[in-house]
Design a protein around this ligand. Sequence first.
Ligand code: AMP
Length: 584
Amino acid sequence: MTMTFPAIGKPSADQMAVKPNLDYEKTHGNFQWAEMYAELDWLPGGWLNKAHEAIDRHANGSRRDKVAMIWEGKNGEQETYTFGQMKTLTNRFANVLKSLGIQKGDRVFLFMDRLPELYIAFFGILKVGAIAGPLFSAFGPDPVKDRLQDSGAKVLITQPDLRRRITGIIPELFELEHIVVVNKDDRDPQPRDPADLDYVEEMAKASADFDIVETSQFDYSIMHYTSGTTGKPKGAVHRHQAAVQHYATGKWVLDLHEDDIYWCTADPGWVTGTSYGMMAPWTNGVTQLIYEGGFRASAWYEMIQKHKVTVWYTAPTAIRMLMRAGDEVPKRYDLSSLRYMNSVGEPLNPEAVVWGVTVFGMPFHDNWWQTETGAILCANYPGMEVRPGSMGRPIPGIELGIVDDDYQQVGPDVDGNLVVRPGWPSMFHTYWNNTEMYNSKFRGGWYVTGDRARVDKDGYFWFQGRADDVINTAGHLVGPFEVESALIEHPAVAEAGVIGKPDPIAMEVVKAFVALNEGFEATTELRNEITRFSREKLSAAIAPREIEFVSSLPKTRSGKIMRRLLKARELGLPEGDTSGLEEE
Ligand code: AMP
């Protein structure tokens, strides 16, 4: 039986003691992005730099002594940094990079846990005009190698344990010139590789004064790798001008106000962790909490209570895990500071929206965007009726459409491809080294997102699924090709086909079908060993949760593994058109 959920009406004036920044009905009509660009600070000569917008402009003004970052370490350590201190530290790091010969346009990558030094280094990179590439710290050596090789990164900033994890790939990184190691509070007792640089030593030598390198709004600033159906992950490159949309959506969608304490639970290894775990709060001059620790329901509630979090941005898998932990746990904490809650990354099931009302007295507001869009494009705003299960309506200045496979728009309530009219400020500008793939995303005057959705007659968008084989597990996009490539490196594996299998918590888990080479037997030990092997290479977040041995895989006549068919068989669905299928 499908449950229906009533819309959650507009909040009353009492419920909204803080007036929302955006009234959907009033603002949507004749909005021009120029209005928002005018609100940015800009640099003399018309230059624009994200680090100036997020840090220096506050440090140079009335927010100099306002706390920018409250950091809580995984062992309970606590540190705070004002905008003024962030300016000095990011200047120092920019000078470190300058002394290493880093210039405008060079790629500098970060492979770190959520430590304050990650945030300091990130903005130092932007100040020197380089392109920052943050990597998810749970990655194994393979994903790190692919990304550093493709981007041609010159400097890597990392921490001792992660540095050891990737020792084997360093000789294959021909363009990498320096590794800077952050041994936070000397947590790691082992001696550093003498070829590496020590963050503390380098920072101590660096001056606290730095003139931001001249960057225009069109210069590249950040790149995030994202997975597709075929090939290795592609580096989506963003420009400094994306700052305007981070600023605007921070104000409109997250509803950030001057006195807020904001917490974004996403890791900067993924785009939400930079656009909304750095740029949106700080371009708005808002204090944010960074929590180094991982997920634990009680620890998360404690963070909200202890730091009096007012605005919270999290993800459906985490919300479902909180739901599973039970309604008694939140009752042990004072969560009354919370004013507004948002969610992104996967479909937010209506039950989770409604659970928010039951437990916190307010719904989770779902919004939609992706790595390539750089910022939120569609959202349930404050001050607008929430329709549980819908990802809301386009933000001002954004045109979304639903089109058929010929890129013709379809009417309300009809499934189709979700597309965006190009030209929004935070739009990616290329895939690194892959212009052809970039161009292929623009069709019929639209940017094609790869998602399928429909729109109702009131303009609310409803996500239906991916149009391709990309897997969304716990909000992380996983390219099946990347996993298949790792699996076939195991000597026992002849071929592998990877799909997303529905899961009540993570939405999908990665499932691999594996055919073995001759001489290998399909035993539990072998399955465990292949699992271990793929986890070490990739990361537990990407490696298959389930492996099924099969005698062969269904392939097209041209030899391509038919993942669609594997999925249909797994789900017990009709197999569809199998005319292109090779004899099995
Ligand atoms: P990423 O590029 O890794 O941020 O992943 C973006 C993809 O996650 C989108 O293309 C969607 O498939 C999915 N996604 C993001 N937000 C939502 C949402 N609110 N509802 C449903 N799917 C979402």
